[in-house]
Design a protein around this ligand. Structure first.
Ligand SMILES: [Ca+2]
Length: 147
């Protein structure tokens, strides 16, 4: 929250930008936050259900083939068997994407929680060579004079 305020320059609940969060703005802010949490929760539930459905489909695939050949529908068994390679690759990709997206979002949320590293110390410029304390007068060359 502190970082959010610092980045935006004002409190995120202060929708009219007058520097004060009144009751209405606070209510709206909490409502938005609650909706965000509910949406994220529903999204996780949907993804989890989809992953389970896909996995059950993979597990039940051979059973379906056995069931169709037990019913003497050999054409169906053959067609289902022909679909199998595509189906398994697609479902494996789907499940992998599910776990990959989960891992990515976890890593992203962890990264945003950790405070940024302190700024690196600025390099100190090398000290300039010290000037001579006393300036020695240089001998002036004598110009040849005509006499
Ligand atoms: Ca306000």
């Amino acid at each position: 929250m502190e970082e959010e305020i610092k980045n935006a320059g004002y409190h995120p609940a202060d929708s009219n930008g007058d520097g004060v969060v009144d009751d209405y703005e606070r209510q709206m802010y909490l409502e938005f936050k609650r909706k965000e949490l509910e949406d994220a929760d529903a999204q996780r539930d949907a993804m989890r259900k989809m992953a389970w459905f896909a996995l059950f489909g993979m597990l039940l695939y051979p059973v379906t083939i056995m069931f169709t050949s037990w019913l003497d529908v050999d054409d169906a068994a053959k067609i289902i068997g022909d679909i199998a390679p595509t189906y398994f690759v697609a479902i494996a990709g789907l499940v992998a994407a599910f776990f990959g997206a989960n891992a990515y979002s976890n890593a992203a949320s962890k990264k945003s929680e950790t405070p940024p590293p302190p700024p690196a110390p600025r390099p100190v410029p090398p000290a300039a060579p010290s000037a001579p304390a006393v300036s020695v007068p240089r001998p002036t060359p004598k110009l040849p004079t005509k006499e």
